[in-house]
Design a protein around this ligand. Structure first.
Ligand code: PXL
Length: 280
């Protein structure tokens, strides 16, 4: 059985990071090992969240796994709480990297033109260093603009702007870049990707719903990991992750708490499994 390792925080309430990665990757039929980096009461968009940093535990956990001779088919990182944590995670990736595995980095640190609460501008440089050692990066447009020191354009941007960000991201190191939350028209939203080795762009768009929900970036990245683990190529992975994100969002549209508590990805899991060809 394949084994993914995901490294990110666990937020008790407010679906994101590990509370999405674990069930979604498991539903993809793949073991999901976890390295929780921080325990929070909620994600950081809630007022008054508590935060317990597990940085000191990370080297010992990695050491134990190395002694056991563990291997991971994908190492997938998401939200990380500090520059020190990013540096330790880089060292853990170097330790467990082999010829076959994929390193997928979601530089979860910003959205809507702003860094998430608690991040200092220097954090962006550390995250850039982590992206440099990835095979695949999956930022949103805000994160890509921060990583590349480019202007963030919220709406009405050109295809060339998106293609420039995608190529800029692969210039940092990864072979493949995927940008989420891309929209060239009022009624469509999706993802666009670039593969440096074949010099090819891919995109996939679905109908755009009028609302935004927290945690959809983590959902998309987790679903993409699950699809890649099932042998789908990146363009199919993007299609599957986009359709699953839309199905989750549609299951949440009438939920007044959905905006910050997260989308109903649970009820949409059968859609995901069908897209993966796991159930009829
Ligand atoms: O979804 C990204 C994310 C993950 N983890 C924590 C967050 C956020 C975004 O706000 O606060 C703790």
């Amino acid at each position: 059985m394949k084994r993914v390792l995901t490294i990110q925080d666990i937020s008790g309430v407010g679906k994101c990071s590990l509370t999405e990665a674990l069930p979604i990757i498991s539903a993809a039929g793949v073991e999901c090992a976890v390295l929780p980096t921080t325990v929070l009461s909620t994600h950081t968009a809630f007022e008054g969240f508590t935060f317990h940093d597990l940085t000191e535990d990370l080297p010992g956990i990695a050491e134990h796994w190395a002694k056991l001779g563990l291997q991971f088919s994908t190492i997938y990182t998401g939200y990380l709480g500090s520059i020190h944590q990013v540096e330790l995670v880089k060292a853990i990736i170097e330790r467990f990297r082999d010829e076959q595995n994929i390193v997928l980095v979601d530089p979860a640190m910003a959205d809507h033109g702003k860094l998430y609460a608690g991040f200092v501008p220097e954090f962006v440089g550390a995250m850039k260093g982590l992206c440099a050692i990835a095979d695949v990066v999956v930022p949103n447009i805000t994160e890509a603009a921060f990583l590349l020191g480019q202007e963030y354009i919220a709406e009405g941007y050109s295809e060339d702007y998106i293609k420039g960000l995608l190529k800029g991201l692969t210039d940092l190191g990864p072979r493949t870049s995927v940008l989420t939350g891309v929209s060239f028209s009022e009624d469509k939203l999706g993802a666009m990707a670039y593969d440096r080795e074949t010099d090819t762009f891919f995109s996939y768009f679905t109908d755009r719903e009028p609302k935004n929900f927290h945690g959809t970036g983590d959902l998309f990245a987790s679903a993409l990991v699950g699809a890649l683990e099932n042998g789908f190529a990146i363009e199919d992975g993007i299609r599957i992750a986009s359709e699953y994100t839309l199905a989750s969002l549609r299951a949440t549209l009438n939920d007044p708490e959905g905006r910050w508590y997260g989308v109903n990805f649970e009820e949409a899991l059968p859609v995901y499994m069908r897209l993966l060809g796991k159930v009829l």
